[in-house]
Design a protein around this ligand. Structure first.
Ligand code: HXC
Length: 258
């Protein structure tokens, strides 16, 4: 059904794989459209409780498609950027955890795609960078905004202004990824993480995600007000009763996503 991605569901996990290995999984308009379409499936499928996003072959995603961008005028370029932002913002808005399994090059738009996910696990072979200034452009799928929020303003400027490519350990040291594992451990580690998250109350996981994302850029008073309402919504769930009752009865909670 999809041409440039693979999407399948197994054991409540949605596996979304960018699948243009000959072009290092570069993001063109079609790939972005297909990621968006798969995200719509993910959002609407109650069976899917977590997502693992990765790349086929030796790249995670080596950025936006330079061959395509080279053909675009300013108006068309703006439309591509808007499409990229639509995809990244959609991933952030879906109330399910997205885990980026960064298997190789995560450059430019690839690093930006990983940053739109909730948690990043990197293979020891992964490489990160925002090399746009080599091409006469700047990061355009959220990199100037999400990178400083993850690693701080100074480090973000360093990476964007130098276009330096960094390895997985350095990415971990600066807070760009949460964990580094051996290449063969990448998907199992992401699956283990997904299982851990999926064993918790799904509504609480979704509300935690959107409360963090929506509150991050607010001042502390507005963000606190947001948390009060978000917290109240979890109190209205049946899973809140299930979780607390199970604790008091010294049992394992059975959550129903209600
Ligand atoms: C289009 C790409 C590509 C890209 C690689 N390829 N990256 N095509 N867009 N971003 C293609 C190459 O042209 C080549 O095609 C094939 O993939 C294999 O790549 P090689 O360069 O031969 O492989 P290797 O020597 O292993 O180097 C891998 C690499 C390098 C380090 C990832 O390809 C590279 O630097 N890629 C560009 C990275 C980049 O600048 N990304 C940022 C893009 S701007 P052929 O046909 O020759 O086999 C961006 C902005 C986002 O992302 C927001 C604005 C829209």
């Amino acid at each position: 059904m999809y041409e440039t991605i693979k999407y399948e569901v197994s054991g409540n996990i949605g596996y979304l794989t960018i699948n243009r290995p000959k072009a290092m999984n570069a993001l063109n308009g079609e790939v972005l459209d297909e990621i968006y379409a798969a995200c719509t499936e993910i959002a609407n499928d109650e069976n899917v409780k977590a997502v693992i996003l990765t790349g086929e072959g030796k790249a995670f995603v080596a950025g936006a498609d330079i061959a395509q961008m080279n053909q675009l005028d300013a108006i068309e370029g703006r439309a591509l950027i808007a499409k990229g932002h639509k995809v990244m913002n959609y991933i952030e808005s879906i109330e399910k955890p997205f885990i980026a399994a960064v298997n190789g090059f995560a450059l430019g738009g690839g690093c930006e795609l990983a940053m739109a996910c909730d948690i990043r696990i990197a293979s020891e072979k992964a490489k990160f960078g925002q090399p746009e200034v080599n091409l006469g452009i700047i990061p355009g799928f959220g990199g100037t905004q999400r990178l400083p929020r993850l690693v701080g303003k100074g480090m973000a400027k360093y990476l964007i202004m130098t276009a330096e490519m960094i390895g997985a350990e350095e990415a971990h040291r600066i807070g760009l990824v949460e964990k580094v594992v051996a290449p063969e451990e990448l998907i199992p580690a992401c699956e283990k993480l997904a299982q851990t998250i999926m064993s918790k109350a799904p509504i609480a996981i979704g509300v935690a995600k959107t409360t963090i994302n929506n509150g991050y850029d607010l001042d502390i008073r507005a963000a606190s007000a947001l948390e009060i309402e978000a917290f109240a919504s979890t109190f209205a769930s049946q899973d809140k009763t299930a979780g607390m009752t199970a604790f008091l009865e010294k049992k394992e909670a059975e959550f129903k996503n209600k």
